[in-house]
Design a protein around this ligand. Structure first.
Ligand code: NAD
Length: 498
């Protein structure tokens, strides 16, 4: 068992921390490591280091900052297996799934490689006679990231490359449940030539987070996690004068129109509902077939597929899904299935009693299919964040979209259809931030930006892509006139560009 330490100013350190929390292998249900619980003094030290590093780093030419990103891209690509294994050991997701996470992280780093182009700014000559105007975006200083357990490498790498490519310095507070990936990311950046202090990692929980939220030298907070915490982070961070982007939870619906290819839709639901054991903010957790006939056929196609799910530890060849993150999560998910059943849902495939030979103490929940779910049931209202797919039968397209629009979350959604009118209407009018047309998990590519609507996000900016450049920089506009010998005397009216 090893102790996972903070990394402050380029050094592994225990800082002032005296407490630890256990880290588990979810497949075995056994503790493998322990991680430090950061204190306010550790946050102070990390912020101080980042503040010092900012003096040089913010003045480093963008092409040189991009050079670090290019090297990081190559190193991460070369060491992707090692990163994927680090993710899976603590998270439990399959190796292939973890490799997919690394690929998405690589995409963001690639986008950050083009930072010089993206920070070029604008210039208007002769905005008025002899007056030129230049708009530029400058780094904001020390920024912090607080990240969830479900993508321990990708979500930190949604934030770090964009923030530091823009010239900021970063303090990361990763999830305490799978903290090793954060330290490995730091090691890879160090190998890529990132100066000490530009990226710091402080482990821990609420105490460390609150210190970041209140710290006078932290200019911005990026948060990804559950909605109650996202709302808290947004409120407290804004109250202390920071810019905050806080991405929260989700309940993602997939509408299946009667004209859809139902085999394609059923396959898509399997990957989107059960991949990563449903622990994705873009997982589809509600299938909404239109009409009883579509619903009956869909459930008929889904049932054998869910029963045949290959479940196993991350290193098992052919495993499609692993365990859930913790004993608490396992208990909560099974409890929600119980509640759904009690409220009248039909449990078509029941994953509550799954036993994994050789891993009897692991945090397993089998793939579960619930039919005849209604919008009044807790299993529908709450984010389950587990391998549970609910089927909510709708009579019409209108009923389906009303349902989605009424839900408190608005992260992702999809429609499966061959009908162009329905698809176009859905894309234009649905009250959700990320929409797929025959695409079940519409996570935007790295040169677009990621973000939901409604209570799936707090703050004006999405994460990564062009939105990140706005979030991590502040606009400065310089208006210039050089002495040309033209003298107009003192002017007391408001200046206008006539
Ligand atoms: P979580 O909210 O429990 O934790 C997220 C982070 O907040 C962790 O670093 C944790 O240490 C910290 N934290 C937890 N409780 C806190 C408190 N009381 N005060 C201050 N900080 C606190 O989320 P999780 O369980 O790690 O991740 C799963 C959640 O994240 C799901 O709801 C999922 O939908 C969401 N998520 C959203 C997105 C998105 O892009 N919208 C992406 C991934 C995950």
């Amino acid at each position: 068992m090893s102790l996972i330490q903070h990394i402050i100013d380029g050094q592994l350190t225990k800082g002032q921390s005296t407490e630890t929390t256990p880290v588990f292998d979810p497949a075995a249900g056994e503790q493998t490591n322990e991680v430090l619980v950061g204190t306010p003094a550790d946050i102070d030290a990390a912020v101080e280091s980042a503040k010092r590093a900012f003096q040089q780093w913010s003045k480093t030419p963008p092409t040189k900052r991009a050079a670090v990103m290019f090297r990081m891209r190559d190193i991460l690509d070369r060491r992707r297996d090692e990163v994927a294994t680090t993710i899976s050991r603590e998270h439990g997701k399959t190796h292939d799934d973890a490799l997919g996470e690394v690929t998405r992280a690589l995409d963001v780093i690639e986008y950050a490689c083009g930072i010089a182009e993206n920070l070029k700014g604008d210039f208007s000559r002769d905005a008025a006679t002899g007056i030129d105007v230049c708009g530029e975006r400058q780094a904001i200083g020390v920024v912090a990231g607080i990240t969830p357990f479900n993508f321990p490498a990708m979500v930190p790498l949604w934030m770090i490359p964009m923030a530091i490519a823009c010239g900021n310095c970063f303090v990361l507070k990763p999830s305490e449940r799978d903290p090793s990936s954060a330290n490995l990311i730091h090691a890879l950046y160090e190998e890529a030539g990132l100066p000490p202090g530009v990226l710091n990692v402080v482990h821990g929980g609420k105490v460390a987070v609150d210190s970041l939220l209140d710290h006078k030298d932290v200019q911005a907070i990026s948060f990804v996690g559950s909605t109650p915490i996202a709302e808290y982070i947004y409120t407290r961070g804004c109250a202390s004068g920071k810019r905050v982007q806080a991405l929260g939870g989700a309940k993602n619906h997939m509408v299946i129109m009667p004209d859809a290819d139902l085999d394609q839709a059923a396959d898509a639901l399997m990957g989107a509902g059960f991949g990563s054991a449903g622990e994705r903010c873009m997982a589809i957790s509600v299938a909404v077939p239109i009409g009883e006939e579509t619903a009956d056929k869909l459930v008929e196609k889904l049932t054998p597929r869910v029963e045949a799910l290959k479940i196993g530890p991350y290193h098992q060849q052919g495993a499609e899904m692993g365990p859930v993150i913790s004993r608490d999560a396992q208990t909560r998910i099974k409890g929600l299935i119980d509640q759904g059943e009690a409220e009248g849902a039909q449990v078509v495939v029941d994953g509550r009693d799954l036993k994994m030979p050789g891993y009897e103490s692991g945090f397993w929940v089998g793939g579960t299919l619930l039919d005849h779910v209604t919008e009044k049931m807790s299993v529908y209202k709450q984010e389950i964040f587990g391998p549970v797919l609910s089927v909510l039968r709708a009579d019409s397209y209108q009923q389906a979209t009303d349902l989605i629009n009424a839900h408190e979350y608005g992260n992702g959604t999809a429609i499966f259809t061959r009908d162009g009118d329905a698809a176009r209407d859905f894309a234009a009018n649905i009250q959700v931030g990320m929409v797929g047309v025959n695409v079940p998990i519409p996570v935007p590519v790295a040169y677009h930006s990621f973000g939901g609507w409604k209570r799936s996000i707090f703050g004006a900016h999405g994460i990564y892509g062009p939105e990140a450049i706005h979030f991590y920089t502040k606009l400065k506009t310089v208006t210039t006139r050089w002495p040309t010998g033209i003298r107009s005397g003192a002017e007391f009216t408001f200046p206008s560009m006539k």
